[in-house]
Design a protein around this ligand. Structure first.
Ligand code: DUC
Ligand code: ZN
Ligand code: ZN
Length: 472
């Protein structure tokens, strides 16, 4: 009661009535319903006066337990979704993996086995197609019935997930035919691998050179190529983890030509930089601490203006969403695999717990508006990936996934203070947020209150997703 309900469309002071797992009404404050005084006739009243009531966050890009870089991403579905809950995220869409040579059905089944019964919040899957061939193309026909309405291809990581242009063309034809959204990791992997090898051979082995090898030209080029093949085939295209301003320009140009092309960025590309993180600690090229921030696409150079360009693109809708690409690794025994050779550092940052806060700080600093915060972190993810109606808005009929966010609260992010991800460090140490996640409800169950996390493993259910609402 009494909170400011924030939806993508605007804000209003309102009471939100929840029955069972659903929102059943959004009402003028203190109003009676069918002559019944609500405050006297409900099981519980939660006072949200002076606070924001928002739809639970949807993180549409996570990698729990991903086998990658010679190890596994360190959050399980249990630990990762619990951290999500702490941070006001009530749905995730993780990437089920089909490895080259594996059946898509088997890859998907193994992902269901990891997640089922373990999640604190609801979860859906995208399907990574690690080997486009006649078998996987055939299997893609059944994905929609499984509630999986998007797949991801990689133009990077030759020998791991990589698809060449012929494979991309075939998969995009399938995308156009079925309505599955093509999600693209757009970096020119074969060229990057040569650059990385050359750097390594000349003794440039520190984490900093991860970012040098993965040059923005390699992101711009791959983004352009993906857009052109999507243009030719008519596939809806969603470019993941955009970090280079030149890649945004490609997406914006395609959208200006009327193409059905979308892009997400991540908090790390808005806040962190190549210089400050990967090269911070040494006057020369950075020490191994920089490994904490090795991810792909990489952190970009601040003097080149990439971070500012990402914020601007979020305002102009050239980018539509913010996901985390949550892919955590510990320093000990994981990132350390790449000591002396940046190519062997497992790629990834853990941010699932902090996305809602970090993006709210963009409201505080005037980068985005309050409704845009909700749109970028919940409403558009729901619409893009076939969850809208159930998720993504505070409206009657929706799942009661609600967050009470306190704009007078404060969150000091740090490993000792506010860390629930299964990692031995925070990539966000020292970030101060002028707001706080006070209370979180998932499908009618309170999972975070003033005492902390009160949810349970297994509460989260698999989300069978509908087709994207952004299909033409
Ligand atoms: N990038 C990462 O940083 N980690 C997982 C996969 C990816 O594309
Ligand atoms: Zn990727
Ligand atoms: Zn990813």
């Amino acid at each position: 009661t009494g909170g400011t309900v924030v939806n993508a469309t605007g804000t209003a002071t309102a009471d939100v009535l929840v029955d069972g797992e659903n929102i059943v009404a959004v009402l003028a404050p203190g109003s009676a319903l069918l002559g019944v005084d609500l405050a006297q006739n409900v099981d519980a009243v939660v006072d949200a006066t002076g606070k924001y009531v928002i739809p639970g966050g949807i993180d549409a890009h996570t990698h729990m337990e991903l086998p990658f870089g010679g190890t596994n991403a360190s959050d399980t579905f249990e630990t990762g979704t619990r951290a999500a809950a702490w941070g006001g995220t009530t749905s995730i869409i993780d990437f089920a993996v089909q490895r080259y040579g594996e059946r898509v059905e088997d890859g998907l089944a193994s992902w269901h086995a990891k997640a089922a019964g373990n999640c604190a919040v609801d979860y859906g899957f995208h399907q990574i197609i690690g080997g486009v061939d006649e078998f996987s193309l055939k299997a893609m026909d059944s994905l929609i019935d499984e509630g999986i309405t998007s797949f991801k291809l990689f133009m990077a990581y030759p020998g791991v997930f990589y698809s060449d242009d012929a494979q991309i063309l075939k998969a995009m034809q399938k995308s156009a035919e079925t309505g599955l959204v093509t999600m693209m990791h757009a970096e020119n992997g074969p060229a990057i691998d040569v650059l990385a090898q050359q750097l390594y051979e000349t003794g440039k082995t520190s984490p900093y050179f991860h970012g040098i090898a993965r040059a923005w030209q390699m992101e711009e080029e791959a983004t352009h190529r993906a857009i052109m093949i999507a243009d030719l085939t008519g596939a809806p295209l969603y470019v993941v983890h955009v970090s280079a301003k030149q890649a945004v320009e490609q997406i914006a140009a395609a959208r200006d030509r009327g193409r059905n092309v979308f892009g997400e960025t991540c908090p790390q590309y808005l806040y962190l930089s190549l210089e400050e993180q990967l090269g911070a600690s040494s006057p020369e090229w950075g020490d191994f601490e920089g490994a904490k921030w090795v991810c792909s696409t990489p952190l970009r150079s601040r003097p080149e203006g990439h971070q500012d360009a990402m914020w601007q693109a979020l305002r102009t809708n050239d980018l539509q969403m913010v996901s985390t690409d949550h892919c955590p690794f510990c320093m000990k025994e994981q990132k350390e695999l790449g000591r002396g050779d940046f190519r062997a550092i497992p790629n990834g940052i853990g941010s699932i717990e902090h996305r809602m806060d970090l993006m709210y700080q963009g409201v505080v600093t005037g980068q985005i508006s309050l409704p845009r915060w909700v749109e970028l972190t919940s409403t558009t993810p729901a619409r893009m990936f076939g969850l809208y109606g159930r998720k993504g808005a505070v409206q009657p009929g929706a799942d009661a996934d609600l967050v009470i966010y306190d704009p007078s609260g404060h969150t000091s992010i740090g490993y000792e203070k506010t860390h629930h991800m299964n990692m031995d460090h925070s990539a966000w140490e020292g970030y101060e947020i002028d707001g706080h996640v006070d209370w979180v409800m998932s499908r009618g169950s309170v999972i975070v209150d003033e005492s902390g996390y009160v949810g349970s493993k297994g509460h989260g259910q698999f989300l069978k997703r509908d087709l994207s609402q952004y299909l033409l």
